[in-house]
Design a protein around this ligand. Structure first.
Ligand code: ZN
Length: 451
């Protein structure tokens, strides 16, 4: 049994000092506090729970930074999407695995322990079908297995170009399923993740744009207790088109037409009115916020302060993976609220740490959305741990909540020392154990894709 000694430990009930964590395989068997270290203990300064990353498109890591040149007309989400479609059109299964592994290494090094992979690149180049419908999804599982990140696999059901069941475009050929072929894919997904520890499979109707009401209902029924993730109201155009199609805004339509509950994660619920904010909070669904990508794409600002005040649950995701950073996502979430409202310390309660409020909320919302409820470290919980180092100048003389505030707001994120997932140490001294080999495979892939 491994025993970790740490000066400060963030538990479900708050900070405790001088603790010994006994890891028994994938679980925390015992926590002793206010004790001295013993010979053989592995010593750390600060240990907190890993953060769930509730929304990722791993393959997009390969195009990070390649869509930052201004075009002739006003650039927006839709012109970025054209670039993404071109990049995706050339990707082989081997390329996908190499890029996903690189993204997952960077996520683990940032302090994420689980990823919700919203995967829609299903078919071969040109939309040709693979012999095995899980060829691509199997590569995602392989990348998770290779890097040790816990996987919530969210195979995407994508059938139409826009509202009203429109025929998909050529750029979408690799994404498309009908209900029957999706059911077969889902069956294979459960098989390909079977050997991954703590893996979860959910369903992911892509968006109200990409599915008809009948398809949505059929997909949600396929795994009755599993997570359901959907892109919703990311763009003003999407809200306008949904209004034209149904007379309702996307979130309102969804809440009126589907039994939205705590299984659901509404990703990018960016454009919501007051009634929708309160209704999401009442439903128990989690809102999936991806502040760095939403800023990169010019999506808009989710009214997180109002949503939090209404008791809503949220988690964070790295989405396009344009810059993989746990501290970056949480600090930007808070900063966008400050910029739009003109006040400070928005997400949190009077007299309490903002960083801690962000961390705890994203931990709880993210875990719930990914089908792996996690609220913190306690005896019997999964040994999903991050140790933080106080070597960074901004971490010196910090303790308790100030450690989280300083990590999120005052460092570039480079304070993650070690990361364990299901009790296995994947990161040591800030580096993934396979960082170099994963990077080399990624380089070969990018040379082929960029040739
Ligand atoms: Zn997305």
């Amino acid at each position: 049994m491994t025993v970790l000694y740490t000066e400060q430990l963030l538990t479900t009930t708050g900070w405790v000092q001088s603790s010994r964590l006994h890891l028994d395989g994938a679980r925390i068997a015992k926590i002793e506090s206010d004790v001295a270290p013993k010979v053989g203990d592995e010593r750390h300064q600060v240990i907190v729970p890993t953060m769930p990353n509730l929304h990722s498109h791993a393959f997009q890591r390969g195009m990070a930074g390649l869509a930052e040149t201004r075009g002739r007309s006003e650039d927006n989400f839709w012109s970025w999407r054209d670039t993404m479609y071109r990049f995706a059109s050339r990707m082989s299964p081997e390329h996908l695995q190499a890029i996903a592994a690189q993204a997952y290494v960077e996520m683990l090094e940032a302090g994420f322990g689980r990823v919700g992979e919203f995967h829609y690149l299903h078919h071969d180049i040109g939309g040709r079908r693979f012999g095995d419908p899980a060829e691509m999804v199997g590569r995602i599982a392989a990348a998770a297995g290779e890097t040790g990140i816990a996987l919530t696999l969210l195979p995407v059901f994508y059938a139409h170009a826009s509202f009203g069941g429109q025929t998909p475009s050529e750029g979408q050929a690799r994404f498309i399923h009908d209900v029957e072929s999706y059911a077969r894919l889902l069956e294979r997904c459960r098989e390909v993740v079977a050997t991954l520890p703590a893996s979860v499979v959910g369903v992911a109707p892509h968006s109200l744009r990409a599915v008809t009401p009948g398809e949505l209902a059929a997909v949600v029924r396929m795994l009755p207790d599993a997570p359901v993730h959907i892109h919703i109201a990311e763009q003003q155009n999407e809200v306008r088109d949904c209004l034209a199609w149904s007379g309702l805004r996307p979130v309102r339509w969804l809440l009126d037409n589907a039994a939205v509950d705590s299984r659901w994660c509404l990703v990018h619920a960016t454009h919501v009115d007051t009634g929708e904010i309160e209704a999401i909070a009442r439903s128990g669904a989690t809102v999936g916020l991806c502040p760095v990508t939403e800023a990169n794409l010019g999506d808009g600002i989710f009214p997180a302060a109002d949503f939090a005040a209404a008791g809503g649950q949220f988690g964070i995701g790295t989405d396009s993976n344009v810059c993989i950073s746990l501290s970056g996502e949480l600090s930007l979430l808070e900063y966008t609220q400050r910029l739009s409202l003109g006040i400070r310390n928005v997400i949190g309660l009077e007299g309490h740490s903002t960083g801690m409020a962000l961390y705890r909320r994203a931990l709880s919302g993210g875990g719930r959305a990914l089908g792996a409820p996690q609220t913190g470290l306690i005896e019997g919980a999964a040994a999903d741990l991050v140790s933080l180092s106080r070597r960074e100048p901004a971490m010196i003389c910090r303790s308790g909540d100030a450690l989280i505030d300083s990590w999120l707001f005052a460092t570039g994120g480079g304070v993650v020392d070690c990361v364990w997932v299901s009790g296995v140490k994947q990161i040591e001294r800030g580096r993934h154990r396979s960082r170099d080999s994963v990077r080399d495979a990624y380089e070969r892939t990018m040379q082929e894709l960029c040739a």
